[in-house]
Write a protein of this length. Structure first.
Length: 198
């Protein structure tokens, strides 16, 4: 039974440790994008949602095993909901480094679709493409925020433990008799005899 509180504490700490780990990863891996240009034919294009709202679009190219992702509203001008379509020619500018936001995919920083006036030049760009240093800054800020949240939770837990321990030590123990009742004062010695003279 003594190990149960320890196990519960360890389970409760897992989310905090995960937040701290993610924050450290974002801080360590923060970098300016090494932009690569890729062109091909769209094989699949899928809009993904989260909690009933649009989250991102994932596309794959013919003869490629890589999945690329972007948010339509993160590109300027935004990409229309019906584009791109399978079979369309597309040119992507991507950051091939590990994508911690969506594991297993490659982030699209700019794109040109077959419907654009000049498909060989970036027609839809993100802020990280226009200002590459902003990607490193955003990653560092996100990492620092995650570490701050983890540190705040740990600090509040330590403060609560300190206050409860202090209150426990400052509470005087209740005096009880060996029989279980409260200790009562006892008169020691013989009782004084009443005097005969009045």
């Amino acid at each position: 039974m003594a190990t149960l509180p320890v196990v519960l504490l360890a389970i409760g700490c897992l989310p905090v440790l995960a937040i701290i780990l993610i924050g450290l990863i974002w801080l360590i891996t923060a970098h300016t994008p090494d932009i690569k240009r890729i062109s091909g034919v769209v094989a699949t294009a899928t809009d993904l949602s989260s909690h009933g709202e649009y989250d991102r679009t994932e596309i794959s190219l013919v003869a490629s095993s890589t999945t690329y992702n972007f948010r339509r509203d993160a590109l300027h001008p935004p990409v229309a909901p019906h584009q791109p379509l399978p079979g369309d020619l597309i040119v992507l500018w991507v950051d091939p480094s590990f994508n911690w936001s969506h594991l297993g995919t490659t982030e699209v920083l700019a794109a040109s679709l077959a419907a654009d006036e000049s498909p060989t030049r970036p027609a839809h760009t993100t802020r990280h493409f226009d200002v590459p240093s902003s990607q490193e800054r955003d990653s560092r800020l996100a990492g620092a925020l995650m570490l701050g949240i983890g540190g705040l939770v740990i600090g509040l837990a330590a403060l609560y433990e300190w206050l409860t321990e202090r209150a426990r030590r400052g509470r005087p123990p209740s005096a009880r008799s060996p029989g279980g009742g409260r200790a009562q004062a006892r008169y020691l010695g013989s009782r004084p005899q009443p005097s005969g003279d009045r």
